[in-house]
Design a protein around this ligand. Structure first.
Ligand SMILES: Cc1cc2nc3c(=O)[nH]c(=O)nc-3n(C[C@H](O)[C@H](O)[C@H](O)COP(=O)(O)O)c2cc1C
Length: 265
């Protein structure tokens, strides 16, 4: 599978077949994780957690034998860095046939933080089960997908713009058509898809359209979504990461996150 196929076919998996990961797959995933970097150069440390050893489970998820957690220092941009790095893991796992589900809400957070030895000054924002998808989705999983309309995404015209936020980008004729589609298909918390992109020449400026109630003061889960969007776009374009503020006229719900400059054709 190439990257686009991985992105197109990936879905959250909440019903597993009860098998533990093979030593071969676990070894490949562990090796890959060692190679993951992120454009913010903020360290993101992954931890494998055995369900039995730590007495771990989460609502709706069935048949899992293992979780993966990750920790990052509580610094500016930690969420975006984390989203980027964790999504790299998610995509690679899927390429091996391993299912994941990003979980930032539906868990006993203290239990997982403790199991992952999360220290003072660190955040363990999210976790994911790891396992092989069951042949049939559980009823609760199917109901959950329906609840967040997990198979749906916003249309490109509502997400991608030319020069400012009033003109939709001509995605069909864009040199980065696939990369934009990869962003559109990305997973996000409660499937809110808070990313907006404004193109200016070879530069693609990423903005966060805030929904109410997602930032808890200490951190903002929608910034993790932005890291995921950056991961998909940068993986597809091999663009250069920049932090600048182009200062387009913004409404109060929009926040500038980062810019990716794509290579010359
Ligand atoms: C940062 C983040 C947090 C999430 N938290 C949860 C969660 O707590 N529980 C859950 O069941 N799904 C969670 N999800 C999964 C989303 O609901 C899912 O990605 C979205 O509905 C799209 O479905 P898909 O992943 O199958 O494409 C989360 C996703 C992201 C990106």
């Amino acid at each position: 599978m190439n990257t686009m196929e991985v992105i197109r076919t990936r879905r959250s998996v909440r019903t597993f077949d009860g098998r533990a990961l093979t030593m071969e797959d676990l070894g490949k995933l562990a090796d890959y994780i060692e190679s993951i970097s992120n454009p913010y150069r903020i360290p993101v440390e992954f931890v494998f957690l055995d369900t039995e050893e730590y007495g771990l489970s989460t609502p709706v998820i069935k048949g899992e034998k293992m979780y993966i957690a990750a920790k990052a220092p509580a610094v500016k941009h930690a969420e975006e860095a984390y989203g980027y790095a964790f999504e790299k893991m998610v995509l690679y796992a899927w390429s091996l046939g391993i299912g994941t589900t990003w979980i930032g809400g539906t868990m006993k957070r203290e239990l997982f933080e403790k199991a992952a030895y999360t220290a003072e000054g660190e955040h363990m924002f999210c976790i994911s089960p790891l396992g092989y998808p069951a042949a049939k989705m559980g009823l609760r999983e199917a109901a959950m997908r329906k609840g967040v309309r997990a198979d749906k995404r916003k249309p490109a015209k509502d997400l991608f713009f030319e020069s400012d936020f009033s003109t939709p980008l001509d995605v069909e004729n864009s040199p980065v058509k696939d990369a934009l589609e990869a962003v559109r298909l990305a997973p996000s918390a409660v499937n809110k898809q808070p990313w907006r992109i404004v193109r200016d020449g070879r530069k693609y400026h990423f903005y966060l359209k805030h929904d109410k109630g997602y930032a808890d003061g200490a951190w903002d889960i929608q910034k993790i979504d932005m890291g995921i969007a950056l991961c998909h776009f940068m993986t597809m374009t091999e663009g250069t990461f920049l932090l600048e503020d182009p200062l387009y006229p913004l409404d109060s719900e929009l926040e500038y996150i980062a810019t990716v400059e794509i290579p010359e054709e």
